[in-house]
Design a protein around this ligand. Structure first.
Ligand code: FRU
Length: 495
């Protein structure tokens, strides 16, 4: 083991002990100590689900990237494993960036972006991003003797050698395929496809998708590509987008394209991009296929530009709950992994409660909960005069609150975390459109201390938001400006 990896492994064991566990989420992966970003290598190996992530143990800010590692049997209880990779080679000395994993000949193969610098003829140094391999037994990994295995030189002319990262690998009929995010002088954002028979020798196949109109950001980070239902899905996370209606927000977005795939000729015909999440903290999702056939997605529950943590916190970054993906009615639906239901305790439910002005319901409170609120007559066309705005406040006390406001006429939901305890220049609101034509609006909130994941109308849309609110703010308030009627079902999540 290299000195750098040994140092990281020692450091994380010593330091993680000093972090109060109550500060951390109970059933979401979080940084052991220091900083984490993108999920990496989300995959099944020897019957367990492995999750790696971008990791800088030494501070709560981004720094030279290592790979952290957590393992689970049910995607709810996670076990901390020692750091898997450190930037300890010439070809990755600037960082082991994002990538993926696959089981190959009884070993776990990790494929990641090695970042290094190259001296140009004029003496200047320039970043180089290439794809590298490591093999392991599920805990310890050895980098391949001949790395990198895929370099920017293998791309067509005019493609960037600087922005060429985040390989996602899969195997099909004896061949390994890998897609990598990239851009070229002409195309701001594209996805390159490579193939290999042995993981070592790779061949460039094609540019699988590109940002032809230039409207979808610049560099496309963290691509993923997989069949879902009878279609194919391409996921990517474009940098520097412009807000478009309520669909996309300014900055780093994560989106998907539905399409058809001609496997022989590697042609992906795609439809328009759609946002994967409408909250304030969601980026760089990655999926894996479980042995039982479920396609599950996990994302970094943070955004690049927002720092939503407590002043004294020594760790930063969490992952979303893994979500089962379903293709239905022309789009993706997301459901919290069903295993969460095994941890539901203390059921508390109410039927047909009238909400006029403000109301709290006995037993409906908490910060580790699975809460479903069904609002009757939610259609814009439903008899007027009842109510036009309905609000739910979560993680509430005298000082703090996070508010979800449903506007019945406009069919929008607004998230507002202005009073959640944020103390920096952080984006606090986002609005999104309800697009389902349903009589009632169903809102399922999953709270795990400092996060709120909202699943709207059984997964039609999701909105993920981090709050730095102290644990004692655990009240839940309902308001309406007229007469609204709700059903409520709440469970504590107990591990
Ligand atoms: C996305 C990203 C990736 C890169 C990694 C670096 O959030 O920028 O493109 O590999 O983070 O930590």
């Amino acid at each position: 083991m290299s000195e750098k990896l040994e140092k990281a492994r020692l450091y994380e064991i010593q330091e993680a002990e000093n972090i109060p566990q109550e500060e951390k989420p109970a059933f979401h992966v979080a940084a052991p100590v220091g900083w984490i970003n993108d999920p990496n290598g989300f995959s099944v190996f020897e019957e367990k689900v492995h999750l790696f992530y971008q990791y800088h143990p030494y501070s709560r800010d981004w720094g030279p990237m290592h790979w952290g590692h957590s393992v689970t049997e049910d995607m709810i209880r996670w076990e901390q494993f020692p750091a898997a990779l450190a930037p300890d080679q010439e070809y990755d000395r600037e960082g082991c960036f994002s990538g993926s994993a696959i089981e190959a000949d009884g070993k776990q193969a990790l494929i990641y972006t090695g970042v290094t610098t190259e001296k140009l003829p004029d003496g200047k140094e320039e970043i180089r991003q290439n794809q590298c391999l490591a093999f392991g037994d599920g805990k310890d990994y050895v980098k391949a003797e001949k790395n990198p295995v895929v370099t920017g030189d293998m791309l067509p002319e005019k493609c960037s050698r600087i922005d060429f990262r985040d390989p996602k690998i899969w195997k099909e009929e004896g061949t390994y395929y890998m897609i990598v995010g990239s851009r070229s002088e002409e195309i701001p954002g594209q996805v390159a496809l490579f193939s290999s028979l042995d993981l070592k020798e790779w061949k460039f196949e094609t540019i699988l998708a590109e940002n032809t109109t230039g409207e979808i950001g610049v560099m496309w980070e963290c691509p993923d590509f997989f069949p879902l239902g009878d279609r194919y899905v391409l996921i990517c996370s474009p940098q520097h987008m412009r807000a478009k209606g309520y669909e996309f927000h300014n900055g780093h977005n994560s989106l998907y394209f539905i399409g058809t795939y001609d496997k022989e000729n590697h042609i992906f015909k795609r439809e328009e991009p759609v946002s994967l999440d409408y909250g304030l903290d969601f980026y760089a999702p990655q999926t894996t296929l479980l042995p039982d056939g479920r396609r599950v997605m996990i994302a970094w529950m943070k955004s690049w530009d927002n720092c939503v943590i407590n002043e004294k916190q020594r760790w930063q970054g969490m992952m979303t709950l893994p979500r089962e993906l379903e293709y239905k009615d022309g789009k993706i639906w997301q459901h919290p992994v069903r295993e969460i239901e095994n941890y539901r305790k203390n059921s508390c439910s109410y039927q047909a409660v009238e909400i006029k002005e403000e109301k709290q319901l006995d037993g409906v409170r908490g910060r580790m909960i699975d809460l479903t609120v069904e609002l009757m007559n939610a259609k814009a066309s439903a008899g007027d005069g009842d109510y036009s705005e309905f609000q739910i406040e979560l993680a509430h006390n005298e000082e703090h609150t996070t508010i979800f406001t449903y506007n019945r006429k406009k069919q929008t939901i607004e998230i507002d975390r202005t009073w959640s305890g944020v103390y920096r220049d952080v984006l606090c609101t986002r609005k999104f459109q309800i697009t389902d034509d349903r009589e009632n609006l169903k809102l399922r909130f999953i709270l795990d201390r400092s996060s709120i994941e909202l699943f709207v109308n059984d997964g039609s849309k999701t909105a993920t938001t981090v709050i730095p609110t102290p644990a004692e703010a655990d009240e839940i308030l309902f308001h309406s400006d007229g007469k609204a009627v709700i059903n409520v079902e709440k469970y504590d999540i107990v591990l």
